[in-house]
Design a protein around this ligand. Structure first.
Ligand code: SAM
Length: 377
């Protein structure tokens, strides 16, 4: 394998030389540097002691957690032998300490931090390490569902589970049967598909967690670059789980773009989309703390800061209006987004941009008021 060196955050890692990222024997995607920046900031705010990067590839994510966050013990795991060898190489380069093999599939570096490189199926490792990790990160190819059960048993009952899902085609309704199969949910097509997809993903974790009497609170969840990401704080107890389940529900949308949503275990109307999470997508204080930390961290991606600022400013209400989609659906001309926002604010409503789309707004205004605001320009 030929390598090139890449700098990301405080890490300098070797990645395989390849024409296209998916051809490489070990996976590294520079676009995901933003995902890793946001994760480093999140872990720095959460301050977990034991962290697992369950699907580690080159080791970049876990190595950044070891170098850039207060975590004391970081595990980097991958099922691929090539990945395991590269994780060892990269950990050695960045940690600057020697270590020792523990059995045939595990190597421990003991320095200021303990870093463990592990070569195994993530499900087997997580089953072995029951209620061990304070922060557990699932960053798979595609859907995280095949790892959810063991992850929810391996993370502590008050720990944080971070999930990435790159199967946006499934969660956004391009492959409806796959969404039904993997997430037991009905997706939606059209302009609400990304927010609904993110909420279906969170709703799925809520349902998996509930059977262990674990509730879920969303610290931060977002959509970006064709993936979903959620940082989920677990809460221990049947009542906490009941409360999370009570925040699941369904979305209905008419041809005009008018939407409604309602909480409920079963859908009351047909057609409806879900079950999906109807609770908040962020804890404002958590995002503000992450933003404060950006001043002292070496961020790798030039868009991380502006993206976090958008997330911090965004109104946290379920679903949004895409002004271009509304105009198309209702035969209207659409003006500038900033003017639509101003028009709504002038009539007393709250309105902000949303990270889900550059042409969409989040607002507490009803559908008819949004249509009037578009018409007024
Ligand atoms: N987290 C990495 C990063 O930030 O660069 C990228 C991870 S890559 C998307 C997914 C990795 O999961 C691959 O390296 C693959 O070998 C590994 N993988 C797939 N199935 C696995 C399993 N069952 N157990 C452990 N690793 C697995």
């Amino acid at each position: 394998m030929e390598f090139v060196e890449v700098r990301e955050g405080s890490a300098r890692i070797l990645v395989p030389k390849a024409e296209r990222i998916y051809d490489a024997p070990v996976f590294y995607n520079p676009v995901m540097a933003l995902n890793r920046d946001v994760s480093v900031l999140a872990v720095s705010v959460i301050k977990p002691e034991r962290v697992l990067d369950a699907l580690s590839a080159t080791g970049i994510r876990g190595i950044r957690y070891a170098l850039e966050t207060p975590a004391g013990e970081v595990w980097l795991n991958d099922i691929s032998e090539d990945a395991f060898r590269l994780i060892l190489k990269n950990a050695r380069r960045n940690l600057g300490v020697e270590g020792e093999m523990l059995g045939e599939r595990r190597f421990v570096f003991r320095g200021e931090k303990t870093v463990v490189a592990n070569h195994d199926d993530a499900n087997r490792l997580m089953a072995e390490k029951f209620r061990y990790f304070d922060f557990l990160d699932l960053d798979p190819f595609g859907s995280p569902v095949e790892f959810l059960d063991t992850a929810l048993r391996s993370v502590k009952r008050r720990g944080v589970l971070a999930v990435t899902a790159t199967d946006t085609g499934v969660l956004c309704g391009a492959y409806r049967q796959a969404c039904r199969r993997k997430y037991l949910a009905e997706p939606i097509r059209g302009e609400l598909c990304h927010e609904a997809g993110l909420r279906i993903l969170i709703g799925t974790v809520v349902r998996y967690a509930a059977k262990y009497d674990l509730g879920v609170e969303v610290l931060l969840a977002y959509y970006r670059d064709h993936y979903f990401r959620a940082f989920l704080r677990l809460r221990s107890g049947a009542k906490k789980a009941d409360r999370s389940v009570s925040m699941l529900g369904y979305l209905m949308q008419e041809a005009s773009g008018r939407f409604e949503y309602e909480t409920g275990f079963l859908p009351e109307r047909v057609p409806s989309h879900g079950p999906l999470w109807l609770g908040p997508l962020k804890e404002q204080e958590f995002v503000e703390e992450m933003l404060t930390l950006t001043k002292e961290k070496a961020l790798a991606h030039k868009k991380t800061l502006s993206f976090l600022e958008t997330l911090a400013e965004e109104l946290d209400l379920p679903f949004h209006y895409d002004t271009h989609a509304l105009a198309r659906r209702n035969g209207l001309q659409v003006g500038k987004l900033a003017d639509v926002i101003d028009a709504l604010r002038e009539t007393g409503y709250r309105a902000t941009r949303t990270h889900f789309s550059p042409t969409a707004i989040k607002t507490d205004a009803p559908f008819d008021a949004v249509i009037e605001a578009i018409k007024s320009l």
